[in-house]
Write a protein that binds this ligand. Structure first.
Ligand code: KIV
Length: 269
């Protein structure tokens, strides 16, 4: 009789303990089968609200509803067994008050079975982060370029180009760390600022368009696979999935038109 060994998922304390250690590998994922592949390599998988743009053709993340995050979160949890799954709280579901944030974060965790949530904002979100973590909800913070605030920021703008603003971002990082966040995403900020923040806080920093000195890195999966029509400068494109799909679909269309598909071995007799 064979003994089945249940694989345990990476936990929030295990991610927090990686501060200054082996770099943390993470990617976004929105879909069970791609998440299963990512699960072989990533310490945590983020079901990011970028899915609004990447999967649903939205212009920004602002319109993403809670139900969509929950639906994709469930798919990613179903498709994986090792990585910690973190689900983004979408715009409008946590900013109003700590108790609104708790209600929506608890809904995400109960319905998806994910291990943590992520929310955007620094000092202004510290009270909410403390409220959630004290009540059993692990929070990953996200500072720097925060896409949900793109209307206030006037677009997707790299942060910290003016050194005079560094203190604000450093204060944001310290505030979310002190409030109990277990890790912080540093998005779209100049390299020396991201490196300074990484030195200053006791929790892991996860860079995206930030610094190789961060404690880990994250990319949007479709961007690094070459599936997105446009990718920011900081994305290294490791795959050519867009070209492969184009070629495969073109071949299929040609075969259908020339009645070469289905062939003898693709039909039931
Ligand atoms: O939504 C997302 O994909 C994210 C990453 C870019 C960090 O928040």
């Amino acid at each position: 009789m064979s003994k089945q060994v249940k694989i345990r998922r990476t936990t929030v304390p295990q991610i927090a303990a990686r501060k200054g250690g082996e770099p943390i590998v993470s990617l976004t994922s929105y879909h069970a089968h791609t998440a299963a592949i990512v699960d072989n390599h990533a310490d945590f998988i983020l079901v990011g609200d970028s899915l609004g743009m990447v999967m649903h053709g939205m212009d920004s993340t602002v319109g993403v509803p809670l139900e969509l995050m929950i639906m994709h979160g469930k798919a990613v949890v179903r498709g994986t067994e090792k990585a910690l799954i973190v689900v983004d709280m979408p715009f409008g579901t946590y900013e109003e008050s700590p108790s609104v944030a708790f209600r929506n974060a608890a809904k995400i965790m109960k319905e998806t079975q994910c291990g943590a949530v992520k929310l955007e904002g620094g000092k202004r979100m510290a009270e909410t982060i403390r409220f959630l973590t004290e009540r059993g909800i692990p929070v990953m913070a996200h500072i720097g370029l925060t896409p949900q605030s793109s209307h206030v920021m006037g677009g997707f703008k790299t942060q910290g180009r003016d050194e005079d603003t560094w203190a604000i971002h450093e204060e944001d990082a310290r505030a979310v760390a002190e409030a109990g966040a277990f890790a912080i995403v540093l998005e779209g900020m100049v390299e020396p600022l991201a490196a300074r923040i990484t030195e200053q806080v006791a929790i892991p920093t996860i860079g995206i368009g930030a610094s190789a000195k961060c404690d880990g890195q994250i990319l949007v999966l479709e961007d690094m696979l070459g599936l997105s029509p446009w990718t920011p400068k900081f994305v290294k494109v490791y795959g050519k999935l867009g070209e492969m799909i184009e070629q495969a679909v073109g071949e299929y269309a040609d075969e259908v038109k020339s009645r070469a598909f289905p062939s003898e071995d693709q039909i039931y007799k």
